[in-house]
Design a protein around this ligand. Structure first.
Ligand code: HEC
Length: 210
């Protein structure tokens, strides 16, 4: 048995590690030893190339979320949303809406973010993993709320359009310790991809609003 498996088996047997994104993660046992979790994560990333290693080091925000098992008190939550909001880079020309047809491709694309990816891989947002968007799509996750009629329900209001850009760019600028990835801040998606996703949510012609 490898060292990796030993740590993993030990951690699972002790009930220390919960699966990511599971409901249980929100009510994790109070007795987690962070050193065991860190050792486990480090061991599973052992084969990743050196430039990936820094990705397993939690930033200030993740450290706080981990320490409170995502249930952050309001003082810490305010500090997180403030810190994350400062990371959001808004489009220089002030345009938040791109092309919904391109946004549809980004929402459906679950590729990217793996060290086995070919170098020219364009990463997607994998939005359907957690959200319903188009009504005609039957396969979607439900960790996040349904986004059908998103723009229509918000009367296509300009401040709501800006909020959606912020949310996709950095989910934690809006909601501390969100389970939603910080797509722009972590450089998973480009500014254009985010604008296209905002159009998917807010263009009256988008199937999300039909
Ligand atoms: C791993 C799961 C996950 C993925 C992937 C994900 N989201 Fe989310 N999203 C959530 C959760 C959970 C919430 C609700 C909590 C929150 O607001 O952070 C949410 C909230 C949102 C909201 C705010 C909803 C509201 O009530 O106003 C928007 C908009 C959104 N997501 C868009 C997207 C888009 C677009 C993508 C793809 C680029 C995406 N999400 C990918 C989990 C996810």
């Amino acid at each position: 048995m490898t060292k990796t498996m030993n740590i993993a088996a030990l951690a699972f047997a002790a009930g220390i590690i919960t699966l990511p994104f599971s409901a249980a993660a929100q009510t994790a046992p109070k007795t987690i030893d962070p050193a065991i979790v860190d050792a486990y994560v480090k061991a599973t990333f052992g084969k990743a190339p050196p430039e990936w290693q820094e990705r397993i080091v939690p930033d200030e925000t993740l450290k706080t979320c981990n320490a409170f098992h995502n249930n952050v008190p309001s003082k810490e939550a305010d500090a997180i949303t403030k810190r994350e909001l400062a990371k959001v880079v808004y489009p220089a020309d002030g345009k938040f809406l791109g092309d919904w047809k391109e946004g549809r491709k980004v929402a459906n694309n679950g590729r990217g973010g793996q060290f086995s990816d070919p170098p020219d891989t364009v990463a997607g947002g994998n939005c359907y993993a957690c959200h319903q968007l188009e009504k005609s799509e039957v396969s979607f996750g439900t960790l996040g709320p349904s986004l059908t009629n998103y723009g229509k329900d918000r009367k296509y209001a300009p401040d709501e359009i800006k909020n959606a850009f912020t949310k996709i760019y950095d989910s934690q600028a809006v909601f501390a310790c969100s389970n939603m990835p910080r797509f722009g801040a972590n450089k998973v998606l480009s500014e254009k991809q985010i604008q296209d996703l905002v159009a998917l949510l807010f263009d009256p012609e988008s199937p999300v609003n039909k």
